[in-house]
Write a protein that binds this ligand. Structure first.
Ligand code: GAP
Length: 474
């Protein structure tokens, strides 16, 4: 479904490569008219879900001064190993050169990478020349002077910890969320929205007293596939996984469960989702434990959300570098808070949900995304472009728009073509105004998912309960 999704996304206006009139540039994508609406709905789903946990929100700059990333370890350690061909000058991630050469060794550091390269005579995937040049490549974009584009939104939250703690009147746990752009100078951007140079993150930093890594009650929910680093891959509820000691703390388990539910509400299928724990040598430099939510597209798993236990790593380092004390007082002890971080990659979520939601009906695409997140909830059609039908259709369109903004008017092509178009972009309902409408004030309401049509009075449609029961309670 990956190729079809990317083709549909471009043709219908969800997303496409940026700057294409100049040939396109790897790792940069635009959201088109439908994509912008879908992205907003995805972000709103995330935001409303965390508002339910009394999260507070923040918005900090993309451009960040060097001392922040010196302290956070990103300047020294936020890098990938690059492999460069001296003949054709192609630069690739060593990982992909290893897989092209069918080598399964994973280097633990640069020295190890050099050993693997010299022992295996790796061929360049582009020209076949033997590769000798491997080096650490920092993934941050440096802008002018001593400034960088942030590779994660998280640091903006950590550096504001004291102000946020004051705002929150010292209450713990404190859940802080930020939505914004992240930038990474990826060595080999690939697969449209999967590996971008500029991407959208929704990050949550949940601050805890390290002696009390507990949050709201866990509850039984649907079983989910998990892959712990101790081995095996099986279905289990998150609550059970915590009770069996597979997930290290109650607070961590809470955010795994919450992520399962948020992703489901966004349209990621439970049966095409798994939580995979990182091996110790795979974790980011700041993490003591990490689980990725991964979505299946075709037969490949992609990380869409990273959940990490960042401990007091970031606050401690910012305290040491800036001199700002990060310790807080509880009744009988002092502590630097521990952080659990669920970090949602919005672009990968969008790609996964489009690919997972696409179904074929009579050889045509139907995008079965949840009604609430669809770019448009209703499409209003006059049967033909005749004046009297048009007038009535415009009246219904304008009145309906007063109740729900996500309505589109469409009078291009046959009714069959219009149904197909709206099935393909995921519009849950089409409303057709025909000659009978002029006689009895009823319209045809047609469902995307069942193709069933029912006759319904205009007075019924133009009421809030109709919108609520069709879109929001679904
Ligand atoms: N603050 C933690 C952090 O940034 P991460 O696992 O590196 O963790 C979180 O990133 C999420 O951001 C990933 O799960 C992924 O969905 C998304 N992401 C990261 N790099 C990306 C890239 N180059 N292109 C698109 N999405 C990316």
């Amino acid at each position: 479904m990956y190729d079809e999704t990317v083709e549909l996304a471009k043709r219908r206006g969800f997303f496409w490569p940026s700057f294409s009139i100049y040939g396109g540039f790897a790792g940069l994508y635009d959201y088109g008219p439908l994509g912008v609406l879908l992205k907003d709905n995805i972000i709103r789903t995330w935001k409303e879900s965390y508002l339910c946990d009394d999260a507070i929100f923040l918005d900090t700059p993309n451009v960040t001064p060097e001392p922040v990333f010196k302290a956070s370890g990103h300047i020294a350690r936020f890098s990938d190993i690059a492999a460069e061909c001296e003949k054709c000058k192609t630069k690739s991630k060593l990982e992909s050169v290893l897989s092209f050469n069918h080598i399964s060794d994973i280097p633990v550091n640069l020295e190890d990478a050099k050993r693997i390269v010299s022992e295996n005579k790796l061929k360049c995937p582009v020209c076949g020349n033997i590769i000798n040049n491997v080096y650490d490549f920092n993934l941050m974009f440096k802008v002018s002077g001593d400034y960088y584009l942030r590779p994660e939104t998280a640091q903006g939250i950590f550096v504001n910890f004291k102000l946020l703690n004051n705002y929150n009147r010292g209450k713990f746990p404190m859940i802080v969320a930020q939505q914004g752009k992240g930038f990474r100078n990826e060595i080999s951007p690939r697969q449209s929205l999967i590996r971008l140079r500029e991407f959208n993150q929704c990050e949550v930093e949940a601050f805890f007293d390290p002696e009390n890594l507990k949050f709201k009650e866990l509850y039984e929910y649907k079983k989910i596939k998990i892959k712990p680093n101790t081995g095996g891959e099986f279905y289990i509820t998150v609550k059970e996984a915590f009770e069996k000691g597979l997930i290290s703390s109650q607070a961590f388990a809470y955010f795994v469960l919450k992520t399962q539910i948020i992703l489901e509400n966004m349209g990621i299928k439970n049966e095409l989702l798994r939580f995979r724990q990182h091996d110790p040598d795979e974790r980011a430099h700041y993490a003591a434990d990490s689980w990725d939510a991964e979505a299946l597209i075709d037969d490949e798993w992609f990380e869409i959300v990273g959940i990490a236990n960042r401990t007091d790593f970031d606050l401690k380092n910012h305290q040491a570098s800036s001199g700002e004390p990060m310790k807080v007082k509880a009744e009988d002890h002092e502590f630097i808070p521990y952080v659990i971080e669920p970090s949602y990659g919005i672009d990968r979520i969008i790609l996964s949900l489009l690919a997972q939601s696409m179904e074929k009906r009579d050889n045509k695409n139907v995008l079965k995304i949840p009604y609430k997140i669809a770019p448009y909830h209703f499409a209003v059609f006059p049967l033909m472009k005749k004046e009297n039908l048009k007038e009535k259709a415009e009246y219904i369109y304008n009145e309906l728009k007063k109740l729900d903004k996500y309505i589109i008017y469409d009078d291009a092509g046959t009714i069959g073509k219009r149904y197909a178009r709206h099935d393909e972009i995921g519009t849950p309902f089409c409303i057709t105004i025909d000659y009978q409408t002029l006689e009895d004030d009823t319209v045809t309401l047609r469902s995307r998912d069942t193709t069933e049509q029912e006759r319904i009075g205009i007075n019924k449609i133009l009421e809030q309960p109709f919108i609520d029961s069709h879109i929001y309670k679904n």
